[in-house]
Ligand binder design. Structure first.
Ligand code: GLA
Ligand code: ZN
Length: 673
């Protein structure tokens, strides 16, 4: 396997679907790509039927021609295995390929991602195509990275999957008795007496056994991953030196990306912020993707250069915003800037989705010009930004299985959603300009000083011990209400919440009160930290807790549990473990985290950073700190610098004392010797 960094230049380009266009357009595309300073094209993501119009016929001439042209033009290929869209002939000939939806209905040909992960015909045909492509293009000089399938993600509920699920359960739990125990099937008399009775959990079938639902998510995530692995195995066999990726989607619930990332050489992902998304929300997604491989740089595989078409209202990215968000991705760990797509489709569902080349077909439009200007700028950076790491001392733990289980839970409230809880902590730290990783509870935590586990409802084997050890050695651990409730199959820990975290936190949670969206309670901080005193509102859930050795930092202000602890800290070994028993309002949460960071001497890279300015340090493999400063506002902002000389890599200008950054502007500062 080739070692990191995988790329010798910042890849700039994106999805290119030449199958949609006559060959006459292709030559024009290459010269326009050169004009746009595009150096990579992702082809042919949806090309299966064009490469294999029936089972016995392969057609590679057009792709040969295309790759040759790209290479001659200096453009690399992010080569897709083309298995994302299953041809009509495959689905007609082998109906088992079509997956069954959760409602129990089998799909018909149409759309994409239509395959059942356990269809032997899909496995056979998709890996055969991957092998043909790998063998044919192994030596092609344009081949730079493999792109398997596209945005994997749809579960199947067919009979093949039911059978495979039964086998998966046998392998995992051994006996049917153990499955019954884990899923608590004695409840409502749901005990299974034969393996064959276990069906897929369709909406008209099994919906009440939450342990089973979590297991089905695990099983489907793994099954779809097996499709990825099947193709990856073939590619690795033929082209061991070419890195392999598939494009992920940020906080995408169906797939446990921590498990997926282990099988990928490099993470890539598609960033399509929802309308009105705050910079912190975008940064959260980048950090989640960066954390999948514990900080290894990732590829920004897709972003729209201008607008989407699948939101209700598809606003244009304002002039400068595409550039700003590209650098934001780089600040958070991206080594590539790529778009969906190169040329706007003429027909079908994405004809109004933004592209580098608009329907007018020339380089004249604003969007093309912004892409070209960014491409020029990225070229001028050379390799300086590549391979850098975000040096974070704070980590938020994020766990897909916890996410699934938490949101299957009936009660105590329908308003408790996992991602917003994690985002609340991330946003507070983002506002404090404190670099934060988002990692799996299974990640190496030894280089962090503060580890935050929002709503760690499910505590899997070994995790409590690991968190105890982290704290014992001097780390600060923080968790919240509704944590330490269930084990990995959603069975409640008996003997008092927060179960296995009780000793570490020094508390016992006796009851959990749910508040309506209109209701609040109060949290009264009596003493401790300078940045946080007085009374603050809280919402969502209020655990009624008892300190069992922990110090009480704040108490509830209202209701029958007024005066009882709401925030506690427990000394544990050389470290401390905090428990926040309710959802604090954003200002209070930020002040609280600021206090905790100050105690640990965790600071932002600059001080007095103006509002709407983001500052992120990324350390290059050579040990040089690149300070990305991003102005997310429309107004010029002045940022004060420490008493040293800095140079902006984008303009070459040097600065001392302060720097003024125009609206939507960016600079990448390095210290001058
Ligand atoms: C996804 C897909 C692309 C395209 C874009 C449109 O990211 O990977 O093929 O459909 O959405 O936004
Ligand atoms: Zn299936």
């Amino acid at each position: 396997m080739k070692s990191e960094p995988f790329f010798s230049r910042i890849l700039h380009g994106g999805d290119y679907n030449p199958e949609q266009w006559p060959e006459a357009v292709w030559d024009e595309d290459v010269s326009l790509m050169q004009e746009a300073h595009v150096n990579v094209a992702t082809v042919p993501v949806f090309g299966w039927v064009h490469l294999q119009p029936d089972e016995d016929t392969y057609r590679f001439e057009w792709l040969n021609h295309l790759l040759d042209n790209l290479h001659t033009g200096g453009i690399s290929a992010c080569l897709a295995t083309a298995t994302a869209s299953v041809p009509a002939w495959v689905e007609q000939k082998y109906p088992d390929v079509l997956r069954v939806e959760r409602n129990g209905q089998r799909r018909k040909h149409g759309g994409r991602h239509t395959f059942c992960p356990h269809s032997p015909n899909f496995r056979r045909l998709s890996t055969a195509l991957a092998r043909r492509l790998a063998e044919r293009y192994a030596q092609h000089p344009a081949l730079t990275v493999w792109h398997i399938s596209n945005e994997y993600g749809n579960y199947c509920y067919c009979d093949l999957c039911a059978e495979a699920f039964q086998q998966w359960l046998q392998a995992r739990y051994g006996t049917l008795e153990e499955v019954n125990r884990r899923w608590y099937t004695a409840f409502w008399g749901h005990t299974y007496t034969d393996w064959s009775q276990i069906e897929t959990p369709t909406t008209n079938g099994q919906t009440i056994l939450q342990g089973m639902l979590v297991d089905y998510d695990r099983f489907q995530s793994q099954s779809i991953l097996d499709c990825f692995k099947a193709e990856a195995t073939v590619l690795r066999e033929v082209t061991p030196d070419i890195p392999i990726t598939t494009n992920l989607m940020g906080a995408f619930k169906p797939l446990d990306y921590h498990r997926w990332a282990r099988e990928m050489d490099i993470v890539s992902w598609d960033s399509y912020p929802r309308k009105g998304a705050a910079p912190a929300e975008i940064a959260f997604a980048h950090s989640l993707m960066r954390g999948l491989k514990e900080g290894q740089p990732f590829m920004l595989m897709e972003q729209t250069p201008s607008q989407q078409n699948w939101q209700p209202y598809n606003a244009l990215k304002r002039p400068g915003v595409m550039r700003l968000w590209s650098y934001q991705a780089m600040a958070h760990g991206a080594d590539t800037v790529m778009y969906f797509q190169w040329r706007r489709s003429r027909g079908a569902i994405e004809k109004f989705h933004g592209a580098v080349v608009e329907h007018v077909g020339t380089s004249q439009p604003r969007v093309f010009q912004e892409v070209a200007a960014l491409g020029r700028e990225l070229e001028s950076l050379g390799t300086r930004t590549i391979g850098g790491r975000v040096a974070a001392r704070v980590a938020i733990l994020f766990d897909w299985e916890n996410w699934w289980a938490l949101e299957y839970s009936a009660g105590p409230t329908i308003d408790l959603k996992y991602v917003p809880q994690c985002q609340a902590f991330f946003t507070a730290l983002h506002n404090l300009h404190i670099p934060t990783d988002i990692v799996s509870p299974e990640a190496d935590l030894s280089h962090y000083d503060l580890v935050i586990a929002p709503v760690l409802y499910m505590v899997k084997p070994g995790i409590a011990e690991k968190l105890e050890e982290f704290t014992q050695r001097g780390g600060t651990f923080l968790t919240t209400f509704f944590s330490g409730i269930v084990d990995e199959t959603d069975l409640v820990y008996l003997g008092g919440y927060p179960g296995p975290l009780r000793k570490l936190l020094g508390i016992w949670a006796e009851e959990i009160d749910a508040l309506t969206p209109q209701q609040t309670n109060q949290v009264v901080f009596d003493a401790p930290y300078e940045t946080l005193t007085g009374t603050h509102s809280c919402h969502l859930l209020c655990d009624r807790i008892h300190a069992e050795g922990a110090t009480i930092l704040a108490t509830y202000g209202e209701d029958f549990y007024a005066g009882e602890p709401a925030v506690t800290v427990n000394s544990f070994g050389q470290g401390e473990a905090y428990y926040i028993a309710t959802a604090l309002n954003p200002e209070a949460l930020q002040a609280f985290l600021q206090a905790i960071c100050e105690r640990q001497d965790i600071h932002s890279a600059l001080s007095d950073i103006p509002a709407e300015v983001e500052v992120m340090p990324r350390v290059s493999p050579q040990g040089e700190t690149l300070l990305y400063i991003l102005n997310h506002s429309t107004e010029t902002k002045t940022v004060n610098l420490p008493d040293e000389k800095y140079r902006d890599l984008l303009t070459g200008e040097t600065y001392h004392g302060s720097i003024s950054i125009p609206g939507y502007g960016v600079c990448i500062l390095v210290k001058e010797p």
